[in-house]
Design a protein around this ligand. Structure first.
Ligand SMILES: Nc1ncnc2c1ncn2[C@@H]1O[C@H](COP(=O)(O)OP(=O)(O)OP(=O)(O)O)[C@@H](O)[C@H]1O
Length: 288
């Protein structure tokens, strides 16, 4: 946990959550017995192999999905559906293409019944903080991917949520833009001190941004480990070369690698990985 002053609200708790889905007529557990929490003002990431149920967990906290079993609360109240108290940012830029940048940010405020001049002022302040004010009259199509995602974050924050839920928000960006976006997000988060639940495949991203990281097992997704990230704040790109960062990276990589191999269902034998394939004449024949 960082040492900044916490808002008194924005506590998410999942207790013994199970999610069953039906695929091809068969029921299976996507998520099993998951208990995790995000404390007020904390930045928590969830990492794990593809298909382990990360997005499913986020969708439950967002209120888009109901768990088959278990309890999910925000500040002690059960979550029954989506709410402006929980802002969501997805990988796909979910901006309205027919609205200008500022109109996109104002959208939720308009729904809340805020008067025009007030919402204009609020949107402009937030856009200014994100360095986007010069683009307030642009349409989303006129922006780069990184800028669109910054608008998406500002829009999610505009209505004053207690929690920000982010599902691979930088997954569609090139690696350089992604690193810059991580720095922007960590600075924005330090100003807003809002609780964040962040889903990512990227170990470095999870370490750089988070106070704690949960690692999930391969499907059915359970919590395999909870790793505190004891790096000072504010975070800077230079920290990624520090011994603490490197050790955390190694630890998380090893935990996830075990699960990624498990997720492949024994298709790959770790003992022989890296050895060249010797197909033999018979094997070559099957490829011809
Ligand atoms: N609505 C649904 N109906 C049936 N199966 C689903 C549904 N949603 C997700 N699944 C399955 O549940 C499992 C978990 O999916 P989920 O998208 O949560 O995983 P993930 O960890 O976010 O994956 P990725 O990292 O690849 O995005 C997957 O096997 C997925 O195919």
């Amino acid at each position: 946990m960082n040492s900044t002053v916490k808002k008194p609200e924005g506590c998410i708790e999942l207790s013994n959550v199970q999610v069953n889905f039906i695929q091809n007529g068969a029921r299976f557990a996507a998520v099993q017995d998951v208990s995790l929490n995000v404390q007020p003002g904390e930045f928590v990431s969830v990492v794990g192999p593809s298909g382990c149920g990360k997005s499913t967990l986020l969708n439950i906290v967002a209120g888009f999905l109901k768990p088959s079993d278990g309890v999910v609360t925000m500040d002690g109240q059960a979550i029954h559906g989506p709410s402006a108290e929980r802002g969501v940012v997805f990988q796909q830029y979910s901006l309205f293409p027919w609205l200008k940048v500022r109109e996109n940010v104002e959208f939720g405020l308009k729904l809340q019944g805020m008067a025009r001049h007030e919402r204009e002022g609020k949107a402009r302040t937030l856009l200014g903080l994100a360095g986007l004010l010069p683009f307030e009259n642009h349409y989303p199509d006129q922006l780069s991917g990184g800028m669109k995602q910054r608008v998406g974050i500002v829009r999610a924050l505009a209505t004053g949520p207690r929690v920000l839920l982010m599902d691979e928000p930088f997954g569609a960006l090139d690696s350089q833009t992604r690193v810059v976006m991580q720095e922007i997000l960590t600075h924005m988060w330090q100003q807003w001190k809002i609780s964040v639940l962040f889903i990512t495949h990227d170990i470095e991203e999870a370490i750089f941004l988070s106070d704690r990281v949960y690692v999930m097992t391969a499907r059915p997704g359970k919590i395999k480990a909870e790793i505190p990230i004891d790096l000072p704040r504010p975070r800077s790109a230079a920290m990624t070369a520090s011994p603490v960062f490197t050790a955390l990276h190694r630890q998380l990589k090893s935990l996830i690698r075990e699960e990624s191999l498990a997720a492949m269902g024994g298709e790959i034998d770790p003992a022989t990985m890296g050895q060249s394939w010797h197909l033999g004449e018979e094997g070559m024949e099957t490829l011809r």
